[in-house]
Ligand binder design. Structure first.
Ligand code: DNO
Length: 360
């Protein structure tokens, strides 16, 4: 397991590389060029500048996240081929600078969704990301976009890049009539084009699950259960076609047994990357994010880390979506303190599991 941290770049993060380097056991980043629009080529110069800076801070940069897939690819429009070509150029460029895993998603329009980005946690005075489907009742997609933009403390949020949302109404209309099977067929077309290139250059793709783990606003979503991912890995059978197993995204649906899902795909060698965090269930389609500690949420982090240890021990891991604590102001979900505590806790579980298994 390699412990990593998400960092948005010098001009876009409240956290410095130096701070990240000082978190115990931190090997490197899951990096991102957050200013790149979906479909745009990530140039060699841009990648080199980012990676050099990370290396200079004493950290590795073997995973890149959010190389966003253009909506035309997801919708299967005739223009998709040009965007797939761009994607392939980006894959080749990233490989040249030592990237081994690309985390991405195939969710129509929205990446992740929350109804509140700073929901107070009464017990301890912190706040966290929160979702209640009932609150969506009165909100249309445009209202939610507005609310999210207003609640992000001036930072851009992954998946909520303004250029992707500018044409939201048109895009939502275009999705009408696209079924989950259509979306899967378009996904296969994309994978058939990119996976042979990934195999050639030594990159593994890691698909992030739908978050929350069910369809929203009537859009087709095809990545929120073990069955869904069984279909995805079968679309193009290769270890380069893997998943970024996000415990909190899949875990937003209590029917998803997270340790069992890790074991299932870990044994198949399909988990090149993971986001590990905890969620607390508050009712039907209603949850908030919790600290990483098992007893503060509903996921069993010990069983999760044990499943990783036993079935995909070489995966890249990062803590995810911290609460805002100690009066920190930053990008919702991406402050320093709670994620650093999360990393340390996960490293502690790992050490205990490792020492126990060596003894036995
Ligand atoms: C949310 C993140 C996601 C993830 C993307 C990858 O906080 O986990 O935005 O990076 O889905 O494309």
């Amino acid at each position: 397991m390699k412990m990593t941290f998400r960092w948005y770049g010098e001009n876009s993060d409240s956290i410095s590389l130096k701070q990240i380097r000082q978190i115990p056991g931190m090997s490197g980043l899951m990096g991102v060029l957050d200013y790149k629009a979906a479909g745009e080529v990530w140039t060699e110069d841009e990648i080199k500048a980012y990676v050099d800076q990370v290396h200079a801070a004493g950290l590795e940069c073997e995973v890149i996240e959010s190389v966003n897939v253009h909506e035309d690819i997801k919708m299967g429009l005739p223009t998709r081929d040009k965007y797939i070509e761009n994607y392939i150029t980006t894959i080749r460029n990233l490989a040249k600078y030592g990237i081994k895993v690309i985390v991405y998603n195939f969710m129509p329009v929205f990446d992740w969704l929350r109804t509140d980005l700073a929901h107070p946690i009464d017990e301890d005075g912190s706040n966290s990301l929160y979702f209640d489907e009932k609150d969506l009742g009165t909100m249309g997609p445009m209202d939610l976009v507005k609310k999210t933009a207003e609640g992000c403390n001036g930072f851009s949020l992954p998946g909520w890049e303004p250029e992707r949302l500018a044409e939201l109404e048109t895009t939502l209309k275009q999705y009408e009539g696209i079924t989950p099977d259509d979306l899967r067929a378009n996904y296969k077309y994309f994978l058939d084009a990119i996976i042979p290139v990934c195999e050639e250059v030594g990159i593994r793709m890691a698909c992030h699950p739908d978050d929350p783990a069910w369809p929203v606003f009537g859009l087709p979503r095809i990545a929120h259960s073990q069955e869904d991912f069984d279909k995805i890995v079968a679309l193009h059978d290769s270890p380069a076609n893997g998943l970024c197993l996000c415990t909190g995204s899949l875990g937003s649906n209590p029917e998803n047994d997270i340790p069992a899902i890790i074991r299932h795909f870990g044994e198949m060698n399909r988990i090149p990357a993971m986001h590990i965090r905890n969620v607390k269930y508050l009712g039907y389609h209603h949850f908030r994010e919790a600290s990483h500690l098992s007893k503060e949420g509903d996921l069993d982090m010990f069983e999760i880390m044990k499943a990783v240890y036993e079935t995909c021990p070489d995966t890249y891991v990062r803590p995810d979506h911290g609460r805002m604590i100690w009066d920190e102001v930053g990008r919702p979900g991406y402050g320093l303190y709670d994620r650093a505590l999360g990393a340390t806790y996960l490293n502690g579980l790992w050490e205990a599991i490792d020492k126990m298994s060596r003894k036995n």
